[in-house]
Design a protein around this ligand. Structure first.
Ligand code: AFP
Length: 327
């Protein structure tokens, strides 16, 4: 049996990264326990305020955010934290060498209905050791990430992590409260017949995305020549986990539903960490055309359209968009 501590000792490039990952995943144990208690822990329902995204915060959004913030503020290797729930980045320890970004509770709308939720995290290098970190320090492309992962609080609590050229998965053992290695080298099928999208936004998509989904729905009666299936967890962590387990395509595409939003998902603490996991598992991740990990960020809360998963399917979407652009 290999624990997360064993794995970090064997594969982590430096003790500081191991320590920060341990801090984040230890908070994950607490969040997991709170979720197991559910309504009995008085953590369900609305917190009564909105976050920087203008979204109503759930009690657990705020609690998970505060638990992560408090724990990382005490970690001497953490120079600063950026969270979906906070307007600006929060400085931590100026001598730290790492920056941590997270969505503390992805899929909040699932909390009150006992469906899957998760924590998504990303670790970037801090280049100005000795100085107080600020928003600009976080504006690094996703290809600079030193680590990325998520905790999925589902029927069991699973940790997916990449700190090297591969992806590993751990399961939280409720008896020992240890993360135990369950998969050493996650690989995604390059083809798939399963896709995840919120189809109610159809009328807001651009023409190539509408054509792509029309083709999937046409199945064997259309150009794709085979039937497809859909799944939609309404928590990116759940959809990405399914794709890491059995392939598939997930997309939250550009839509015109809200004029000032390129899509719903955030680049820095949702799309980038998930894209690193997907690519290192042999998949692909784009904004429909461009590689997400190469996007140079301009704001810690900027949004990005996302198409990720089985490589040949992601490439198919890209070709459709490029063909449309050439018309
Ligand atoms: P919440 O955290 O507000 O529930 O949003 C979750 C999310 O950002 C992402 O995890 C889901 O894939 C997506 O939004 C679901 O969006 P819809 O509610 O529009 O389907």
């Amino acid at each position: 049996m290999t624990t997360l501590t064993d794995y970090l000792n064997d594969y982590s490039p430096n003790p500081a990264l191991s320590d920060v990952i341990t801090t984040v995943t230890d908070v994950g144990k607490t969040i997991s326990q709170l979720l197991r208690k559910g309504a009995l822990a008085d953590i369900l329902g609305e917190a009564g305020n909105q976050n920087v995204q203008g979204e109503d915060q759930k009690k657990l959004d705020v609690l998970a955010n505060d638990l992560l913030l408090d724990a990382l503020a005490k970690n001497t290797h953490c120079a600063g934290v950026a969270s979906e729930e906070l307007d600006d980045a929060t400085p931590a320890n100026a001598d730290g060498s790492l920056l941590v970004l997270f969505d503390p509770l992805d899929g909040s709308s699932n909390i009150d209905i006992n469906m899957a939720v998760g924590t998504i995290f990303s670790v970037l290098p801090y280049q100005r050791q000795g100085q107080i970190s600020e928003n600009a320090d976080f504006l690094q492309a996703g290809n600079q990430q030193l680590a990325a992962g998520y905790l999925l609080y589902g029927t069991s609590t699973v940790l997916a992590l990449t700190i090297a050229d591969h992806v590993v998965m751990f399961s939280l053992d409720p008896d020992t409260n240890d993360y135990v290695l369950i998969q050493e080298n996650v690989q995604i099928d390059i083809n798939t017949s399963e896709y995840a999208i919120n189809a109610s936004n159809y009328r807001y998509w651009r023409a190539p995305m509408q054509q792509y989904i029309d083709e999937l729905i046409a199945g064997e009666t259309g150009v794709r020549g085979r039937d497809f299936n859909t799944r939609w967890v309404a928590a990116m962590v759940g959809d990405v986990h399914r794709i890491l387990c059995r392939g598939g395509l997930f997309t939250y595409p550009f839509d015109t539903k809200y004029a000032n939003k390129a899509g719903k998902l955030r680049l820095m603490y949702e799309a980038n960490p998930m894209s690193l996991l997907i690519e290192r598992a042999g998949g692909a991740a784009t904004d429909a055309v461009n590689r997400i990990l190469d996007i140079e960020p301009t704001d810690i809360h900027q949004r990005v359209p996302v198409v990720l998963g089985s490589k040949n399917e992601v490439d198919y979407v890209k070709n459709l968009h490029v063909t449309y652009a050439d018309k």
